[in-house]
Design a protein around this ligand. Structure first.
Ligand SMILES: *Cc1c(COP(=O)(O)O)cnc(C)c1O
Ligand SMILES: [Zn+2]
Length: 424
């Protein structure tokens, strides 16, 4: 049994296979190794840790025979082989929608929407929470917690309810009302904090350092949480018939999702599950909170924190933990980052709804509007196969478009009134 000096937690009580094929944690900054446990910062340099594996050979057939959820990728995740038998939300298996109408409108040859609004709590956050919950359980942690910009709050409260454990969720006071209601309904402890998300995050770090058996999904079990985003990449490749797309456009908040989709693509190549073909990763931000795209455009390696002011609250992280790694990923894959105004976000939501019948939340509006901007600027190749991510459901951010849409007329219940109405 070893004692970890950073957390005073005793390791060694974890059951065999608790983290599947994961073997260690690795510092993304200096490469130092750490043992699997409730650690997130490197003891040498305080850099962020990520999960390392010794993958066995994995076949397409093996994956295809698995459940229609992220657990079909269990051999590639830090979760035990029997994870499917636990009470989780079983997220994933969302639609990849061929978007011909939107493609025509934008002048693209081949476009798909990965529609993650189809997850149990209507955002991609169910994926990351499911993996974090598994880690928390295997580490013997008793409470599932998070600081959240909204969707994570939903996902944590629901997953904890289903698992039968306590949740503690911290949100900024000014969150959209639907996201507050759709969190509170699951029970658990919900605390509104007078401050920005970055203030809430700081408070969560403080609490996490005191409450050792609380799993703050995106803080002290963040390395495991982050691995959940890889499943978006796996699913897109599998749904395309086991090949990589040419270009993807992904929204950026902390930047975790974007970097892990890239990690997922890389793992599929190294395991021989897809052919090694070049792909470009593009990142989308709202202009009111665009620290990473600003650094990209200025050619900086350092991301300077900003104070967010945008309707895209789910992306409003002014000091994004994975910012520098997003810059690396985008530059290495010959992609780009772009940002759009709140007005463009509203138009992006309306455009996707009108062309494809998909109602996205503001984050999806950011991504679709960024896609359009990148095409118009000639940064995206219009002939290349493109996948754009919708990561959340429009019902949670109704106010973003409520002012622009509504009935064409209000009439008395008779046919003459219908005929007389101006319905053009
Ligand atoms: C959290 C979130 C993101 C971005 O996630 P990061 O991994 O922090 O960059 C994107 N879309 C929606 C809807 C989200 O809730
Ligand atoms: Zn380090």
């Amino acid at each position: 049994m070893s004692i970890d000096t950073a957390t005073h937690r005793t390791a060694g009580s974890v059951r065999a296979g608790a983290f599947g094929n994961a073997t260690h944690l690795r510092c993304r900054a200096c490469g130092a190794s750490a043992e699997l446990g409730p650690h997130y910062a490197c003891l040498e340099c305080f850099g962020p840790l990520e999960v390392g594996y010794a993958f066995p050979s994995v076949t397409r057939e093996q994956i295809e025979a698995g459940p229609r959820s992220i657990w079909r990728y269990q051999p590639l995740l830090p979760v035990p082989a029997d994870v499917g038998s636990f009470r989780t939300m079983d997220p994933g298996g969302t639609r990849l929608v061929r978007a011909d109408n939107l493609a025509r409108e934008l002048g693209l040859a081949k476009l798909w929407v990965k529609d993650d609004s189809g997850n149990p709590t209507h955002s991609f956050k169910d994926r990351v929470v499911a993996v974090a919950l598994s880690a928390a359980r295997e580490l013997g942690m008793k409470v599932l917690a998070c600081p959240s910009t909204g969707n994570l709050a939903n996902a944590v409260a629901a997953a904890a309810a289903r698992a039968g454990i306590r949740s503690v969720v911290l949100i900024p006071e000014d969150l959209e009302r639907p996201k507050v209601v759709t969190t509170a309904v699951y029970g658990g402890t919900l605390v509104a904090v007078r401050g920005s998300y970055d203030d809430v995050n700081k408070l969560a770090q403080e609490i996490a350092s005191e409450q050792e058996d609380w799993a703050f999904v995106n803080v002290n079990v963040r390395p495991y949480y982050a691995e959940g985003s890889k499943t978006l990449g796996y699913e897109v490749a599998e749904q395309l018939g086991w090949r990589l797309p040419d270009q993807v456009v992904i929204p950026v908040a902390s930047g975790s999702q974007l970097t892990k989709v890239d990690k997922g693509f890389g793992e599929l190549v190294s395991l021989g599950l897809v052919e090694d073909s070049p792909y470009r990763i593009f990142g989308a931000q709202a202009q009111g909170c665009s620290p990473v795209s600003t650094a990209f455009k200025q050619g900086h390696d350092v991301v300077r924190p900003v104070k967010p002011a945008t309707i895209a609250k789910s992306l409003a992280i002014g000091n994004p933990a994975d910012g520098p790694y997003v810059l690396d990923t985008v530059r290495r894959t010959d992609g780009a980052l772009e940002d759009v105004t709140d007005e463009e976000v509203r138009a992006g939501i309306a455009l996707l709804a009108r062309t494809e019948g998909i109602f996205a939340e503001t984050a999806g509006g950011v991504t679709v509007a960024t896609l359009k901007k990148l095409v118009d600027a000639g940064q995206l190749d219009p002939e290349a196969e493109t996948v754009v991510f919708n990561t959340g459901d429009g019902l949670k951010t109704l106010d973003a478009v409520a002012g622009r849409v509504g009935p064409g007329a209000t009439i008395e219940p008779d046919y003459a009134a219908f005929l007389a109405a101006d319905l053009s």
